[in-house]
Ligand binder design. Structure first.
Ligand code: GDP
Ligand code: MG
Length: 441
């Protein structure tokens, strides 16, 4: 898995002082593989990586993350940005009904999406109507009627046997129907071919011109991966579109289509369809897709937690004192509190710069122990924290009483602290791996 490979990269990179070309290269090599595995189109991968490289080079070095983590965090931010950042809302007409036109290849999921979107809109308090303007496939109208009934959304369709064979006319009459019956939104289902062809595109354009949609949404099957690029371009050049709906995300689609389509067309993905059930449909979440593409959600979560919990100023101050071999109990407490904020210690200890040195000293402390350690240190006077050497027997007894612990526990903490400080001093002599200063790369 990518996470394992990155772990190896982390190991070799951890502790270097600067975000060097080599650091960036090593991490981006892994990202490149991850993107190709996710079936992102090659030109998209190239563009994307060069954008990330630019940002990584000019990034201010983080004190909370190691270089590999920092590059990955930039990768993640870029993915989210390209995938649309904050998802955009549907645009509605000033004078209802708003018209939403669905376009896409046959089998991409348009008819299913029409029903799902209708239901979703109804839940938002709208009064949508679905229009069956796919007269190509023999049972397309009936399919929409069945799905519409299940979704409890009315469907406008040509009367059976009426011989009405013009989808443009059906679409136009569907919008008139909505206006008369005070439906505030019209969702038009259209025909698609297995491949892009001129007739289909011309028909979609005629429906567009007849109904003047507020939104043209391109429906694309996520399973097609990088092939989505070609189709998306054809639809953008043909009927044109304002946004994207990604379907079949419940399969083993790895998100390549999402990134490819978003980056090639610059259009936002508005909704995601994730199954055959009507409720398997929701607004698209760029962050979730970004971690799906990278296939390392857990790694990203840890990075976020590390960033949130680690106060850079505090780290800098501690780093300076540590490198000078002047660790105090306050630093010790600060470091442990930073770790504590992040949840189970074991998972994250290794992620913090400078924490490697504490690892041995506090590896066997669990969260409850940490509360007691905190209580002990808080029961000390500032002088005692700054210079634990003055902690004689009577001071230790007072601290044990004040913190509700025992003298043995106080002794053990002080001992561990001295061990840690001795280790710091040794490291200080050779420059501590993992300790970085703020530098512009
Ligand atoms: P259209 O030709 O573009 O109208 O596509 P349809 O709506 O008829 O869908 C084609 C097939 O894909 C149908 O069998 C749907 O049940 C299925 N389908 C549509 N959306 C999804 C989805 O999100 N997940 C899964 N698993 N199947 C879907
Ligand atoms: Mg259909």
């Amino acid at each position: 898995a990518l996470a394992d490979r990155l772990e190896a990269v982390f190991k070799t990179l951890r502790g270097k002082g600067r975000l060097s070309e080599a650091d960036i290269d090593a991490t981006l090599r892994e990202i490149r593989l991850a993107l190709l595995e996710a079936d992102v189109a090659l030109p998209v991968v190239r563009d994307f990586l060069s954008g990330v490289r630019e940002r990584a080079r000019s990034a201010e070095l983080s004190r909370a993350l190691n270089p590999a983590q920092q590059v990955i965090s930039i990768v993640n931010e870029e993915l989210i940005r390209i995938l649309g950042g904050q998802a955009r809302r549907l645009r509605f007409a000033k004078n209802p009904p708003s018209v939403i036109l669905l376009a896409g290849l046959q089998g991409s999921g348009k008819t299913t999406v029409a029903a799902k979107l209708g239901r979703w809109l109804a839940k938002q308090g709208h009064t949508p109507v679905l229009v069956a303007a796919d007269l190509q496939r023999p049972n397309a109208v009936e399919q929409l009627q069945v799905l519409g009934a299940r979704a409890e959304v009315p469907v406008f369709a040509p009367e059976p046997g009426s011989g009405v064979g013009d989808p443009v006319d059906v679409a136009r009459r569907g919008v008139e129907f909505a206006r008369r019956r005070l439906h505030d939104i019209v969702v038009i289902d259209t025909a698609g071919r297995l491949g892009v062809d001129e007739d289909m595109m011309r028909q979609a354009m005629e429906i567009r011109d007849a109904t003047e949609p507020d939104e043209i949404l391109f429906v694309v099957d996520a399973m097609v991966g990088q092939d989505a690029v070609t189709t998306a371009r054809a639809f953008l050049d043909g009927v044109g579109f304002d946004g994207v709906i990604l379907t079949k995300l419940d399969g083993d689609a790895r998100g390549g289509a999402a990134l490819s389509v978003a980056s090639v067309t610059g259009k936002q993905i508005l909704f995601a369809s994730t199954g055959e059930k009507l409720d398997d449909f929701d607004v698209f979440h760029p962050e979730r897709m970004a971690s799906r593409i990278l296939g390392m959600g857990d790694v990203l979560t840890l990075i976020e937690q590390a960033q949130a919990a680690f106060d850079a100023e505090q780290a800098e101050r501690a780093a300076q004192r540590i490198t000078a071999g002047e660790l105090t109990l306050d630093d010790f407490l600060e470091q442990m509190t930073a770790v504590r904020k992040m949840g189970p210690i074991a998972n994250i200890l290794g992620m913090l710069p400078g924490m490697g040195q504490f690892k041995d000293a506090i590896a066997h402390i669990d969260d409850r122990d940490l509360d007691r350690v905190t209580a002990i240190i808080r029961s000390m006077t500032p002088e005692e924290r700054a210079d634990p050497k003055i902690l004689n027997g009577s001071r230790r007894a007072r601290i044990a009483r004040g913190s509700g612990t025992t003298v043995a526990e106080v002794n053990s903490l002080v001992e561990r602290f001295f061990e840690a400080r001795k280790m710091m001093k040794q490291f200080a002599g050779m420059g501590i791996p993992g300790m970085r200063r703020t530098t512009k790369a």
